[in-house]
Design a binder for this molecule. Structure first.
Ligand SMILES: Nc1ncnc2c1ncn2[C@@H]1O[C@H](COP(=O)(O)OP(=O)(O)O)[C@@H](O)[C@H]1O
Ligand SMILES: [Mg+2]
Length: 194
């Protein structure tokens, strides 16, 4: 199963979401888990250098050719972190997805970037958004969740803003974040199987 994490905007939470989804997949303990870092910046790879996640194998694939190869030779659950810019890499990953997870933020200029990412994804592949670093109980967040619902884009998760998640590679996987992403993984896998 290929779960591709993408949003053409940078700094929304793609790498964080990819690492936590891979950790959530490993926590199932049922199948091998591969995290494919297709961002030439290598943020997920750097994360793993500091703090590898137990049960997750990481491979760097910073080009269209290498991402295609990584996704051809894979079993179990594969999570793909994608770059914000390199459209060829992003499209190659999106075309091979069983489900696409689109991290976003509440409010402002975000929806157009999510829509651009949705447009790049083949029509028959299920997509869901995850609102990252969310401030729970704010009007902004409520409005964002309602907007996606009325646009018929499923919201697979709302991940609260937490220092423990912001710590990223400097700290271990943060329990509350892991639990929230376990739910995102369940929803993505359910959508992929339909
Ligand atoms: N739930 C969260 N709580 C706090 N900070 C978060 C959360 N999710 C992401 N971040 C922070 O947001 C920033 C961008 O996230 P990152 O995953 O690197 O985005 P991208 O890969 O899309 O560029 C990072 O500093 C990350 O730690
Ligand atoms: Mg990133």
């Amino acid at each position: 199963m290929h779960i591709v994490v993408g949003n053409v905007k940078g700094g929304v939470g793609k790498t964080t979401t990819s690492v936590y989804l891979a950790a959530a997949a490993a926590a199932r303990g049922r199948e091998p888990v591969l995290l494919v870092d297709s961002d030439p910046q290598g943020s997920a790879a750097e994360w793993f250098e500091q703090h590898p996640v137990e049960g997750v194998e990481l491979v760097e694939s910073p080009s269209e050719r290498t991402v295609v190869r990584a996704l051809a030779n894979s079993a179990g659950i594969v999570v793909v972190d994608t770059p914000p810019g390199d459209e060829r890499i992003v499209r190659a990953a999106l075309r091979r997805a069983d489900a696409v997870v689109i991290p976003t933020r509440a409010g402002g200029v975000e929806p157009s970037r999510v829509l651009a990412t949705l447009e790049m994804t083949p029509e028959d592949i299920p997509c869901g958004v995850v609102v990252c670093a969310a401030r729970l109980g704010t009007n902004d967040l409520d409005a964002t969740v309602e907007d996606w619902a009325s646009a018929k884009v499923p919201v697979w998760g709302v991940i609260p803003e937490r220092v423990g998640i912001a710590a990223g590679p400097a700290a271990r996987i943060y329990r509350e974040g892991l639990e929230a992403y376990q739910e995102v993984l369940r929803r993505a896998m359910r959508a992929a199987r339909r």
